[in-house]
Design a protein around this ligand. Sequence first.
Ligand SMILES: *Cc1c(COP(=O)(O)O)cnc(C)c1O
Length: 222
Amino acid sequence: MHAGYSMSLTDIQARIASAEFAADRNIGSARLIAVSKRQPNEAVKTSLQAGQLCFGENQVQEAAGKWPAFRADYPGIELHLIGPLQTNKLRHALDLFDAIHTIDRLKLAGKLASEIQARGKSPQLFIQVNTGEEPQKAGVIPEQADGFIAACRAMDLPIGGLMVIPPVNEEPALHFALLAKIAARNGLSNLSMGMSSDFETAIAFGATHVRVGSAIFGARES
Ligand SMILES: *Cc1c(COP(=O)(O)O)cnc(C)c1O
C-alpha cells in the first residue's frame, strides 16, 4: 500500500516532466503541489519520505491539525492554501501557509495587505479567477480581473500570479488559455492551474503550479 502511493507520485512526476518536454519547457518549471486534503496521514508521510515537500490543503482547520507535526519532522515543507479563506481565519492561515491561491475579494485583499505589512513578510499570493463565471464558485470574473489586480497593487499586496478551477463540464484548455492571457497582460508570471484530470493540458498552456490530489493519493475520505 505504501509503495502504491510513492509509485503514483513517481508516475505523476514523470508525466509532468513529459508534459514540460512536449511543451518545449524547462524540466522542473511546473511545480507539483501534492493536494493532501482528506487523505490519511500515512499516505502523506509516505510521499514526504519519497522527497515530496510541496503540498496543498483547502481548509485552514484541517491543515492546522496535521502540518505543524510534519513540519517538525521534515524541514523544507512548502504548504499552499488552495481553498477559500475567511477573513477571520486570515492570521491563522498566515501562520501556517507559504502560499495562498484564493484571493478573490477586496475585503480579504485589504486585510491581507495590512497583516502582511505588520509581519514584514508575505506568502506567495495568487488571485483566483472564476473564468467560467459560475455563480457558486469563488473568484473574480475575467472582466473584473485587471481592475482587481490593480487594486491589490495599489494596496502593496505582492500578487505573484493567478489561479483557476475550470467548470467541470467544459474543455479546460479554454480556461487555462484565458487565465494565461489575463496574467500576461498584467505582467504576472505564476499560473496555478491543472488538477488530476488535466494537469498535462495546463502545463501545455503555461502552468507554473499544478495541484494534483487523487491521482497521487487515491480517492479522498469524505
Ligand atoms: C481538491 C483540489 C485539487 C485536487 O483535485 P484532484 O482532482 O484530486 O487532483 C486541486 N485544486 C483545488 C482547488 C482543490 O480543491
